[in-house]
Design a binder for this molecule. Sequence first.
Ligand code: C2E
Ligand code: CA
Ligand code: CA
Length: 871
Amino acid sequence: MIKTLFKKRSLLLSLLMLAAMVVAIQLYIERRYLEQVEEVQTQAVSELLGTIRYQLESELTNNLSLINGLAAFIASYPDFTATQFELYASTVLAREPALVNLAAAPGLVIRHIYPYEGNEAAIGLDYMRQPNQRADVLLAVQTGSMIIAGPLELVQGGTAFIGRAPVYVPDETAAPAAPREPGAPAAPAAPREPRLWGIVSAPILAATIYDNAGLMNLPADLMFAMRRPASSGGGEVFFGAPATFQNPAAVIMPISAGGSTWEIAAAPPVALLQGGTAIYLLRAGSFVVFLLLAVLLTLRHRQTESNLALKNIIFRNERFLRAVETVSQVGGWRWSDDLFTELSTQARDIMMLPRNDNVVDMTGFCFSLDTRSAELLSHYITQAVKLRQRIDQELELRRREGRVVWVHLKADVAELEDGRVELIGAIQDITQQKKVDQLIEYQANYDSLTGLPNRGLFQDRLHTALLHAQRRSTRIAVLFVDLDNFKSVNDNLGHDAGDELLVETAQRIQASIRAEDTVARYSGDEFVALLLDVFSASVVSRIADEIVSAMRLPFVLDGRQVYCSVSIGVAFYPDDGDSVDTLVIKADQAMYEVKKSGRNSWQFYTTAMQLESEQKHHLYNELVVALELNRLFVVYQPIVEAASGRVVGCEALVRWPLEDGGWIAPDIFIPIAEERGLINRIDLFVLLTSLRFLKELNAALPEPIALSVNVSPRLLHLRDDDAQDWLRTLEREKNVKVTIEITERVLVEDSGSAHEVLDQLHRAGVQIAIDDFGTGYSGLSYFSRFPVSSVKIDRSFVQDLGLRATETTLVETILLLASKLGIKVVAEGVETEKQAAFLRDNHCDYLQGYHISQPPVSYTHLRAHETGRNL
Ligand code: C2E
Ligand code: CA
Ligand code: CA
C-alpha cells in the first residue's frame, strides 16, 4: 500500500519535472522566437520608417526647392512686378499642389501673395511684429538658408509646414534696411556684399505631405507617430499616436529638412510582438510533446515497475528455490558435452565443489573422486545419453581425500535443437538417510547387545547358503548353542552381569568358528552358528569341541568368577533336513538331548531323535482325537493332614486310557500337549470335570474337601478361549475351595500377565501351591512377590528321605523355612510309613502319596472310581 503510494508519488514527481522542463524549454523557445520576431519586426519597421523618412524629407525638400526657386527669382529680379510675381507663383503652385500660397515679404513685410483671393489679410503683415513667426524668420535671416517650421495651424485653416527663405540681392544702393535684433552686432559694411531683400515664404499643406509620404496608407495595426524633437518644440507629437514614442519596441528616426528636425517613430503591432498564432501553435506543440512524453514516461514507469515486480518475483522464486534446495538438500544441475554447464549452490555443496567455478568439466570432477565412484557416475551419465534414458540412482561419492557422501542422482534427457543431448537433473544428499537406513537395517538384522546377526538375518543367510549348497552340492552345518545356567546367573548376579556373560559368550563362539561362518543370537541365551562348505563332520566336531572348551573357562562378572557351560546340538544339510526351519529344529532337538544327558557338551542330531519326534507327532494326533472323543478322564489323589491323617483335599490328575486297557502317562503326553498348544483344553476339561465331581462328593461328606488342579504355565498367559474360560470358571467358583499347582518355572519366568492372573485368582480366593518344589530354581524371592500359600516338596526328595543326607537336610530346611514364612508344606510321593513319620516329626502339614492312597491306574478301575468312591 505504502509502496504503491510511493511509486505513484515518484511518477507524479517525474511528470511534474517533465512539465517544468517542457515549460522551461517552451519559455526559452518562445523568448527566442519573440526576439526573432521582434528583430524582424524592428527591421521591417526600420525599413518602413526609413522609407517614410525619405519620403517626408524629399516631399519637404521638393517644396522647399520651389520656395528657393522663388527666392532665386527675386534675387535676380528684385524689382519684379506684381504680374511677374503672379505669373511665377501661379506656375509654381500649379506644379506643386502642396503649397498653399507663395508670399514675398520685402523688408520682412508681406507685399505679395499668390493667390491673392482668400489671402488678402496677409498683405502688410510685418514679421517682426508677429511673435509666433519672428523667431523663425530671424533664424532664416541669420542662417541665410531656408528654414521650415511647423507644422502649425494656418490662419486660413488647415495645418501646414511653413518654409521661409531669405532673399539677398546685390547691394548697389545703400546699407540694408534690414531691421536688427537689439544687441546684435552691426553687419560690416561691404560694398559688394549682397543685401537682405526680405523673405519669401510658403505654407506646405501637412496633409498633402503626409499623404505623399504614404503616412495615410500605413498598415492599420502599425503604431506611428511624429513629433517635434525634444530639444526644440518640446517634443510635442503632432501626428499619430503619442504612445508610440513610449513603446519600448518603437524605432525612432530623425527627419531633417530645411534646417529643422522632427522625429518619427513606429512600433510593430502588439499582436505581432506577442507572437500571435505561432506562439499558440508552439504552446500547443509543447503541450502535445508534453503529453507524449508524459505517456511515454508513464509507460516507461509502468514497465520499470513491472520489470521490478518481475525481478522481485524472480528474486523471491530464486530465494524460495534455494531455501527448498537447502531444506531438502537437493541441488540442480545441467550437463552437456561432458560439462556440468549449470550447478546450483546446493549441488556444488553436495558435490563438494567450490562455489565459484563456473562450468565444471566432468573429467575434472571425476578425477576428484575415487575410481569406483568416478566409474559409476560416468557410467550412469553415458548410459543416459546413449540410451536417452532417465537417471534415478543412489550413488556413493567418495572423494580421493576420503570424504564420502551418499547422493540420489536424478536426471531427464533432453535433446537440443542442434541434436546434442542435455541432461537436466537433481542431486540430493541422502547421507543422513543412508545412515538412518543403515542403522535401521542394522537394528533389524543385528542384536544390539552382542552385535551378532539376529534370528532374522541368520535365517536369511541360512536360506541363501542352502540355495548355494544345493547348486554346488556342498554340506552345511547348523549349530544350536544354549547356555546351561544362564537363568541362575541372571537371577543371582543381575541383568548387567547376564548381559556381560552373553557378550563374552558371543565373542568366544565367534573366535571358535571360521571367518566365513556366521554366528547369530537366536533368542535370550540361545545362539546359532552356520558353518558353510563342511566337507567332513570332523570339522564341525572340532569347532563344537572348541566352543565347549572355550565356554568351560571361567567368566569374570562383577568381580566374581562364574562358570557357564553350553549345550550344543548340530544338524547337517542335506543329511538332516533341507529347509531353514528343519535344520534349526533338529539342531535344537540335538541340543535338547545334550541337556537331558547332563549338559556341557555337544551332539549331532541322530535318527533316534528323529524317531522320537515322529512318535511325538503321532501321539499328538492321537491326543487330539482322544480329546475330541472325550476319552480323557480325571482321577483324584487324596491329600491328608499329616498330624491327624484326615483327608483335607485331593489332587486332580488327568488320565489317557488306551483301547487295549493300557494308558499313556501324563509325563509323556502333557509335554507334547504343552508343546503343541493343546494343554489349555486339557486343563479346562480337568477343572470342569473335577469341580463337578467335588461338588457331588462334598454333598455326601460331613466336611467338604478341597481341590488341587495342575496348571500349565501356558494357561496363565490366557492366549486362547480355553484359558479365558478356565479363568472365569475359577473366579466364579464359590462352593469348592480350589488350589492351583504351578511350577517354579512360572514364577521365575515371571511374565507380567502370569503375575496378574495369579493376583486375580488370589483375590478370588483361589490358593496357589508351588509344585515339584526343590527341583527347579530354588529361588525364594518369589514368595514375597507372589501370593503363594503352599509348597509341594517333590517326590524325588521324599523318596530319598533317610537314605541320602543331602535330600534329608533339604527337606528339613524347606520345612523350617516354610514355617517361618507361614507357608504350608505338602509332601508328595509319600510311599512308606517311615517317610510319613519323618515328615510328621518335622512338622510337615500335609501328605500325599501311594502310602496314603494310590490314584487308580487301570481303566476299569478308574471307571469304577471315577465318582471318587475309592477315596
Ligand atoms: P505331579 O503334579 O507331580 O503329580 C503327581 C504325580 O505323582 C502323579 O503322576 C501321581 O500319580 C504320582 N504319585 C502320587 N503318589 C505317588 C507315590 O507315592 N509314588 C510315586 N512314584 N508317584 C506318586 P501322574 O498322574 O502320572 O502325573 C504326572 C504329572 O503329570 C503330574 O505330576 C503333573 O505334572 C502332570 N499332570 C497330571 N495331570 C495333569 C493335569 O490335569 N494338568 C496338567 N497340566 N498336568 C497334569
Ligand atoms: Ca501336582
Ligand atoms: Ca509334583
